[in-house]
Ligand binder design. Structure first.
Ligand SMILES: C=C1C[C@]23C[C@H]1CC[C@H]2[C@]1(C)CCC[C@@](C)(C(=O)O)[C@H]1[C@@H]3C(=O)O
Ligand SMILES: O=C(O)CCC(=O)C(=O)O
Ligand SMILES: [Fe+2]
Length: 367
């Protein structure tokens, strides 16, 4: 067997801390208790939007779906979708392959570990990036390129992870293509719901024609002290939209009406939340969703997240008529590569990312 380097050993010992039951809970995983930390007791009664009519170009159904979408996004930026067009069998298969990967020995998983400065690869609790407030999760991250010259998902599994993951790569490539199509359809519906005028028809879709999205499998092991930590701490996703497939274990919570509310897993639905980039692209009209993930002591949980992101160098700004309608431009123009870099180098994504990024961008441009 290959020798472990010192770095591997550190990550491996963190990994063991994550997976075993301890008398002394590892302090890197303890999150401070502040106003955002209260536990959630209520269930969220979010809209579950049926996309069938909209996807078949039915006018009435489209207006109905757009109204529900508008209500959700004005209030908190979170909803679920059913009849979304993504094959449930494919989702289940991807989930199964994800589960099999996380069961593999740590030495195998570390072969494709996240390298410094890169977002792709395997990571245990982000232990290579952060020293405190570690999330109680293992993750595998890769990219999806829409209309790129290569099938980069397939390539990632085949090359970075090894030939035994060839089939997994084919499954994830197919799944990403299908989720990306859904994401662009949801962008169209968001455009309708915002009442963006006819001159700007397809404004959002066009920005994402050559998108470079981030895809992640999250594995949340059981935890013997679930009240001390989070699977993911409170944050808004910095990207545009997130489409999530989760199992039936539960743990996702959304901050609504000044309270944390838990999301009841729905077998037939995909979870969607608005990210900070779309908040900026709507000139602040739509909220990006503040959410977190709690862990539990009885069952591991797996989720697959598709973080829709534009190509790094695209200039991002709200359509002019939304700016005109609301009297002022709320955010400076920016590029996704700037916001991504901000979250990887300057500011770990949390509930304040967009405000902090805006200040940082304005001050760096005035220097
Ligand atoms: C641009 C990104 C940064 C994160 C991955 C994508 C989209 C979501 C972000 C994240 C999940 C928000 C919570 C904190 C974070 C550090 C995490 O727990 O993984 C964030 C991701 C990251 O920086 O890797
Ligand atoms: O696993 C989940 O339910 C959500 C994960 C999440 O919020 C994230 O990765 O950004
Ligand atoms: Fe998130």
């Amino acid at each position: 067997m290959e020798q472990l380097t010192n770095e591997d050993k550190t990550i491996e010992s963190t990994m063991i801390l994550v997976q075993e039951t301890y008398d002394h809970f590892p302090k890197q995983f303890i999150w401070p208790k502040d106003h955002l930390s209260q536990t959630s007791s209520e269930e969220l009664n979010e809209h579950v939007i049926d996309l069938q009519g909209f996807l078949m170009n039915d006018k009435e159904a489209t207006l109905h779906a757009a109204n529900l979408l508008k209500e959700s996004c004005l209030s908190h930026g979170f909803f679920q979708v059913v009849n979304h067009g993504v094959d449930p069998g494919l989702l289940e298969l991807a989930h199964e392959h994800g589960r099999t990967f996380f069961k593999r020995p740590i030495t195998e998983k570390l072969k494709c570990r996240q390298k410094e400065g890169s977002i792709v690869g395997f990571s245990c609790a982000h232990a290579q990036r952060f020293r405190e407030k570690l999330p109680w999760k293992e993750l595998l991250t890769f990219e999806y390129h829409e209309n790129g010259p290569h099938d980069v998902v397939e390539e990632f599994f085949n090359v970075a992870m090894g030939a035994q993951y060839k089939e997994t790569g084919l499954i994830y490539q197919k799944l990403c293509r299908s989720i990306n199509k859904l994401a662009l359809d949801i962008l169209d519906l968001l455009e309708i719901s915002l009442g963006v005028d006819g001159h700007n028809h397809n404004y959002y879709r066009q920005l994402f024609e050559d998108s470079v999205s981030i895809v992640r499998c999250n594995h949340y092991p059981q935890c013997n002290k679930p009240d001390l930590t989070y699977g993911v701490g409170p944050h808004c996703d910095p990207n545009t939209l997130t489409i999530l497939y989760q199992d039936q274990v539960g743990g996702l919570e959304v901050f609504v009406d000044n309270k944390w509310k838990s999301v009841h897993p729905n077998r037939d639905a995909l979870v969607v939340n608005i990210g900070d980039t779309f908040r900026a692209l709507s000139n602040g009209v739509y909220k990006s969703c503040l959410h977190r993930v709690s862990v539990n002591s009885f069952k591991p949980r797996l989720s697959l997240a598709f973080f829709l992101c534009p190509k790094g160098d695209r200039e991002l700004k709200a359509p002019q008529d939304l700016v005109d309608k609301h009297g002022r431009k709320r955010y400076p123009d920016f590029k996704w590569e700037e916001l991504l870099q901000f979250t990887q180098k300057n500011h770990r994504a949390d509930e304040n990312t967009l405000e902090e990024f805006t200040k940082w961008l304005l001050s760096s441009k005035n220097e």
